[in-house]
Design a protein around this ligand. Structure first.
Ligand SMILES: *[C@@H]1O[C@H](CO)[C@@H](O)[C@H](O)[C@H]1NC(C)=O
Length: 404
């Protein structure tokens, strides 16, 4: 009786191990930390499977994914050097990270926008990362708990970010912060929000100028889903596949998947669209030469139908897809810090932005790790190289805030 139970459990364990072995993400040797990447990849596959199954049973698959990914990315290891508290800024909830050591002068401030495809996660999952940023830069970090899609579509998440940022800049001293030493930072979808906030605020005159914008593997465009990184990493090995990324863009824009096939297959790139000035803002030719691949891939989609207006408006809106900003708009931005990783469908978004800025003579610092995958900044507890990346950001930050 007992032995047959043990046999049963053992048999089950063997099957699970076998399935995990077959389904595991396969990173090349150049990737670091294979153990963590494998565990993360398998957890995300399991999350997607459970959410999908739940969806078929009539539950909300998005809400299931939220619960599971919040658990997966939990990073609440408080640190006695940082005081953490929630408050609201003009009605928007924020999580504040405040260094506790005494400071004779007002501190710098950073407004942080978390990632998660505009759909998932919240400031708590970024607690360790934000504490590390606060510690290494001596800043007060304000992480915005913006409302998310699909319940709240664009522009509501962005508006929440703008509201909290404006409030913080106008009331900085209340938090021991110098209003002239504030910048914005975000990762992934949060990098998109950080750049959109910077573009918007650069044209507002009644608040101080932002000192910098810092974008960690940001999502900046839905104009071209055939860029080299989308081809190389369409199905992984990183957990953020092309399919998931297209879904997130559509959830943020419309809350449904009507245009999935159009975007996934670049069918919106009609002759007319490719002849527009927008086509110059996102182009594989703007990548470093060794990353360009075959740049002749982008020929007009063979149909005479035009792109639906509501889709075209989103694709070309710089506050929705910041790489659509004109050169004039890029010129108004504060000093920039861009961080990219190799195993990432969003890799080229960052490289194209950096190249466009450099060509315009804009002050931009680019940090790139060829060994990492999208999302790894959430795992500070397991990967100390993240501390080093925060160190590179801190060096940039010191210049941006204290420099002339
Ligand atoms: C998730 O759950 C909340 C609370 O029950 C609900 O209001 C919301 O509509 C759900 N979201 C989705 C996408 O189903």
């Amino acid at each position: 009786m007992l032995t047959s139970a043990i046999k049963g459990v053992f048999g089950f364990a063997v099957i699970v191990a076998l399935v995990a072995y077959i389904a595991r993400p396969r990173f090349p040797d150049s990737a670091s930390n294979h153990g963590l990447k494998t565990a993360l990849g398998l957890s995300m596959k399991l999350t997607n499977l459970i959410s999908h199954t739940g969806g078929m049973m009539g539950f909300s698959s998005i809400n299931i994914t939220r619960v599971l990914s919040n658990t997966l990315a939990r990073s609440n290891e408080p640190n006695d050097k940082i005081k953490i508290f929630t408050t609201t800024m003009d009605g928007v909830e924020v999580l504040v990270f405040q260094p506790v050591d005494k400071s004779d002068t007002l501190r710098p401030g950073i407004v942080y926008y978390h990632g998660g495809g505009w759909v998932l996660l919240n400031p708590e999952q970024y607690s360790m990362y934000c504490q590390e940023i606060a510690l290494q830069t001596g800043s007060v970090v304000v992480s915005v708990d913006y409302r998310m899609a699909p319940e709240y579509l664009y522009p509501i998440p962005l508006e929440d970010c703008l509201t909290a940022t404006r409030y913080f800049m106008n009331n900085a001293e209340q938090y021991g912060v110098d209003k002239n030493k504030i910048g914005v930072k975000g990762d992934s979808a949060g990098g998109n929000l950080a750049m959109a906030v910077s573009l918007k605020l650069s044209k507002e005159n009644n608040i101080p100028k932002l000192k910098f914008m810092s974008l960690d593997y940001p999502a900046l465009q839905l104009f071209d889903f055939h860029l080299p990184c989308y081809k190389s990493y369409e199905d992984g090995p990183g957990f953020l596949t092309k399919k998931i990324m297209v879904r997130y863009w559509l959830l943020y824009a419309f809350g449904d998947m009507t245009y999935f096939d159009t975007l996934y297959n670049n069918k919106h790139l009609t002759k007319e669209v490719l002849a527009s000035e927008h086509a110059d803002h996102v182009n594989a030719k703007l990548l470093p030469e060794n990353m360009q691949g075959d740049v002749s891939y982008r020929t007009a989609y063979n149909n005479d139908a035009s792109v639906p207006k509501e889709l075209y408006d989103k694709i070309t809106d710089p506050l929705f897809a910041p790489l659509m900003a004109s050169d004039e708009d890029l010129n108004l931005l504060p000093k920039a810090y861009v961080f990219n990783v190799e195993f990432d469908v969003l890799r080229d978004d960052g490289f194209i932005l950096v190249n466009r800025m450099k060509k315009l003579g804009i002050d931009v610092t680019h940090s790139y790790m060829s060994t990492e995958e999208h999302g790894f900044l959430n795992f500070l507890a397991f990967d100390k190289t993240i501390t080093e990346e925060v160190g590179r950001f801190a060096a940039f930050h010191k210049e941006a805030v204290d420099g002339k």
